[in-house]
Design a protein around this ligand. Structure first.
Ligand code: DGT
Ligand code: CA
Ligand code: CA
Ligand code: ZN
Length: 572
């Protein structure tokens, strides 16, 4: 089991203990263990109890539990708890506005075991009858249920990727001779995915039997001659198809999609008297094969260049491929800097020194430390005095790592009326300023648009962070007239962020493409709150590629000198 999967089981135990009303220290111990394991750089399944006990907060018992989970996928403590509470109660707990106390009461007092039970009870008005709940709470639960319904069955790109990485590793260990790859929305880098489509290239179906025995399989949905389907822990469905080498390209092309892209290609084949399907490209009259072993062969036969998967959405890529004018897409290797990260000075988990070490280890040539400003009191945001001290410490770190430059920055709150949370002098004294909205998210679109434009017009704001504030599958983007914001950014030389936090991916691919088309530069940032999160730009890069961006569209691909000259503060 990989660290994320082990952390999920530990987190579930913490949740179940809390529903049960167990000792808070015990609950906290499991939550802490989930956090530590989930963020660990080492593969926990390769560690023994003694090594685990060296970690803060992991005692003898907990270390034994973790080893048990890593080896078997489960542990006796969790099984005991599941005899008391159904696993589906955790879905009730995960609902916006339902804490462990509420979940426990719903279970004990109303016999609610699942989301279905909860919906029935809320609709029948039985929740308001509980002491201290009321009609308002009941309405909130119904609203949370309907929001959940809209996202039902979709998963974050990052979560699906972690699950599939572990699954592919499982297959590789058992059958190193069989190539396995991921297709569908995951290969296209889409921000969420419905199910995972996988392909194995093999002469027979035997790998399917390895696939269905993956320890994180919760239920086998089917295991046939050429395809098997499973439901993984966390509710993600994965399909594995087996094809022979001569069909590989056709299967890759077909199951990568998107459906809209495939339909246009299929029509192009039909116009030529050909057939295109998951087995190959054929002449319609005698079904003799034209292409199918490679994707390139299929695209070339249809008169166009091979198209990167991220572009396959029928948004102009087919005409561009025919004209041989596809963009040279940005890659991870182009990124030289990361301009948005937090330290223990505000709400980060790691120190300034640790963040700099980690950035240097990743080969970055410049970073900006951008802790929160005072309006985010919850995050221990900085006032002007603390900003000055912190900036001095950041700048004093220059020279510690040869090849890494640290910029003193801030992620300054944009107040509800569009003013900045820190004084003009303070902001002007820094190397880079990100302006971000973190409060009053439910403003009207007039208010939010005016608020962002006022920030964009501030002389010291260089970047707008996570411009729409969406949380994927949880919170819709704020209401904002995005084209007006983009045009204001273009007019003022302000860059817009692609925030790589897998829950955010904000700007979205469509908005980032629009911004580029209107002359705005983008910056791909990690928004890391811990050293491990400096790897997040892998998700932001996918957004940028889906937005058709090249390296020159993204400021932090530039050398430090050019980068700094491109910021608004040095242009005016
Ligand atoms: P998802 O799973 O909702 O995130 O999105 P996809 O794109 O992975 O869609 P999925 O899993 O339903 O199917 C995988 C690919 O298979 C899809 O992108 C294109 C291809 N495909 C599926 N159904 C059809 C179809 O009816 N016609 C054509 N031409 N292609 C299809
Ligand atoms: Ca899929
Ligand atoms: Ca599928
Ligand atoms: Zn932020």
């Amino acid at each position: 089991m990989d660290n994320v999967a082990i952390a999920r089981v530990l987190g579930q135990i913490g949740d179940l203990l809390e529903i049960k009303g167990e000792n808070p220290f015990k609950i906290r111990a499991y939550r802490n263990a989930a956090d530590v394991v989930g963020h660990a750089a080492e593969a926990v399944h390769q560690m023994d109890e003694a090594q685990l006990r060296a970690w803060a907060g992991i005692g003898k018992d907990l270390a034994a539990r973790i080893v048990e989970i890593a080896q078997s996928g489960d542990c006796a403590v969790r099984q005991d708890l599941l005899r008391e509470f159904p696993l589906t109660l955790l879905e009730v707990l995960a609902l916006q506005g339902v804490g462990p106390k509420t979940a426990g009461r719903l279970f004990h007092e109303l016999g609610i075991r699942s989301l279905e039970d909860l919906e029935a009870a809320a609709k029948a008005g039985r929740i308001r009858a509980l002491k201290g709940m009321g009609a308002k709470k009941e309405a909130l639960i119904l609203q949370a249920l309907s929001e959940r319904q809209q996202h039902a069955g979709r998963h974050l790109l990052s979560e699906a990727t972690y699950a599939v990485t572990a699954l592919i590793e499982w297959l590789r260990i058992a059958r190193p001779d069989v190539p396995v790859e991921t297709l569908g929305s995951l290969r296209r880098g889409a921000e969420t995915c419905g199910d995972v489509d996988m392909l194995a290239i093999a002469p027979d179906r035997s790998i399917l039997d390895v696939f269905v025995t993956f320890p994180q399989v919760e239920r086998v949905l089917g295991n046939g001659e050429t395809k098997a389907s499973v439901l993984l822990a966390g509710g993600l469905q994965a399909d594995l198809r087996v094809v022979e080498p001569q069909e590989r390209g056709a299967a890759q092309q077909y199951f990568t999609g998107s459906k809209a892209h495939n339909i246009v290609l299929r029509d192009r084949a039909l116009e030529r008297g050909w057939r295109l399907n998951e087995y190959g490209l054929f002449k319609a009259d005698d079904m003799s094969p034209i292409a199918g072993e490679t994707e390139e062969g299929i695209y070339e036969a249809l008169g166009m260049a091979w198209i990167p998967p991220e572009l396959r959405e029928n948004r102009g890529e087919i005409d561009a491929a025919i004209a041989r004018h596809l963009p040279e897409l940005i890659t991870r290797e182009h990124l030289r800097g990361d301009l948005h990260m937090h330290t223990t000075e505000s709400d980060g988990r790691d120190s300034l020194e640790a963040m700099a070490d980690a950035a240097a280890a990743r080969g970055l040539s410049y970073i900006a430390i951008t802790d929160h400003s005072r309006a985010l009191a919850m995050a221990n945001g900085l006032d002007e005095t603390r900003v000055a001290g912190h900036a001095a410490r950041i700048r004093a770190m220059n020279g510690v790592h040869s090849g890494l430059t640290l910029l003193a920055g801030i992620e300054c709150d944009i107040l509800p009326d569009g003013r900045m949370d820190l004084s003009d002098d303070c902001l002007a004294s820094l190397d880079i300023v990100i302006g971000s909205v973190h409060s009053s998210l439910s403003q009207t679109d007039e208010e939010m648009t005016a608020r962002l434009i006022r920030a964009i017009e501030h002389p010291s704001v260089d970047v707008i962070g996570h411009p729409t504030n969406r949380i994927l599958l949880r919170r819709p983007p704020s209401r904002v007239h995005i084209e007006k914001v983009i045009d204001a950014a273009a007019a003022n030389g302000v860059a817009l962020e692609i925030n790589s936090h897998a829950d955010r991916l904000d700007l979205s691919d469509a908005h980032a493409r629009l911004a580029r088309d209107r002359g705005v530069k983008l910056i791909i940032n990690s928004d890391a709150h811990a050293t491990g999160e400096l790897d997040r730009p892998r998700w932001g890069i996918l957004v940028a590629r889906r937005a058709w961006l090249s390296a020159e569209d993204v400021l932090n691909t530039m050398e430090l000198g050019t980068f700094r000259q491109s910021l608004k503060r040095s242009r005016s």
